[in-house]
Ligand binder design. Structure first.
Ligand SMILES: [Zn+2]
Ligand SMILES: [Zn+2]
Length: 126
């Protein structure tokens, strides 16, 4: 049914749609406003589209992709991103300026994990 294809097809910021953050398996979605706000700032700074490779994940999907049990993706606090023409290292420099509390640097797979965890800032390499 065509109407169902419009689920989450809602502009939530100038360059982001809610559907981009939805779980690929069930289309459910949770998204913290602070995560969106920081992604909007990053988008403005870059002047380039940000591709969300993983936003919200339901428990089943998180298991399927090998996410850790208490992943911030399951709470709507995390997004994995990549940007066309930018390396993960380039992106890391910008992400640090925005001050995400959690940043995972995945050099080989060329993406960043960004989150707004409420606990102390954490950085890691994947
Ligand atoms: Zn799902
Ligand atoms: Zn992630």
């Amino acid at each position: 049914m065509e109407m169902l294809n419009q689920i989450n097809d809602i502009d939530i910021a100038p360059n982001f749609r809610l559907s981009e953050f939805a779980c690929p398996c069930c289309r459910k979605v949770m998204l913290h406003p602070l995560l969106l706000k920081k992604l909007v700032s990053l988008r403005e700074m870059l002047g380039k589209p940000i591709y969300i490779t993983s936003g919200y994940r339901c428990t089943e999907y998180n298991q399927k992709v090998g996410g850790i049990k208490n992943s911030y993706h399951k709470l709507g606090l995390a997004a994995d991103i990549r940007v066309e023409g930018l390396s993960a290292l380039d992106l890391l420099e910008y992400a640090e300026m925005i001050d995400f509390s959690g940043i995972g640097f995945y050099e080989k797979k060329n993406f960043l994990h960004l989150d707004v965890r409420p606990t102390k800032p954490t950085r890691w390499r994947g």
